[in-house]
Design a protein around this ligand. Structure first.
Ligand SMILES: [Ca+2]
Length: 176
């Protein structure tokens, strides 16, 4: 019985920490790199199957941009069917970290001609601090994905850091 319980715990942890998906281990290039203080994991951290902490954005899985959008180009290595995208963001206004404003996804087979397959607003909840965004779209063939996650911009009046540029944090971009 003890052995069974232990095995169960190990399995639960593995499932929680490793997420398999089409972009796993693929190349990620940034239009603008994350802030130097929050770029420890680099682009690889966004497609390594590992999620960041659910309580703090200071581990290497969380990448942070200050006052600018996160624009990334993912190369899946080969053309393949793609029909969904999801990612997590950090929302902690007391720490000047805000949910994204909106999301735009374009895909391409040759890396030159891109077609937009999704655009949407982000409607964040007050809590928890880690929230998810997911979109499902009509299946397309794609090798390259151009993802734009728009920064909130200036922190609104009446909130901590009002008038300063908001931080935007992402940990894993899941492509299926
Ligand atoms: Ca990750």
């Amino acid at each position: 019985m003890a052995f069974t319980e232990k095995a169960g715990r190990v399995n639960d942890r593995a499932q929680a920490e490793l997420r398999l998906h089409r972009a796993l281990g693929r190349s990620v290039r940034f239009q603008r790199p994350p802030d130097a203080h929050y770029d420890r994991g680099g682009g690889a951290a966004l497609v390594n199957g590992l999620l960041g902490s659910a309580t703090r954005f200071t581990d290497p899985e969380w990448l942070g941009w200050n006052g600018c959008d996160a624009e990334l180009l993912i190369d899946l290595g080969a053309s393949m069917p793609v029909s969904s995208l999801s990612f997590r963001y950090f929302h902690a206004p007391d720490s000047w970290v805000w949910h994204p404003a909106s999301v735009c996804l374009s895909v391409s087979e040759d890396g030159e001609h891109f077609r937009q397959v999704h655009a949407g607003e982000v409607l964040a909840k007050p809590s928890p601090v880690v929230q998810g965004y997911e979109t499902v779209f009509e299946k397309v063939q794609a090798r390259y994905l151009q993802l734009k996650v728009m920064n909130k911009g200036r922190i609104p009046a009446g909130r901590p850091g009002a008038g300063n540029p908001a931080w935007l944090f992402l940990d894993e971009v899941v492509v299926e």
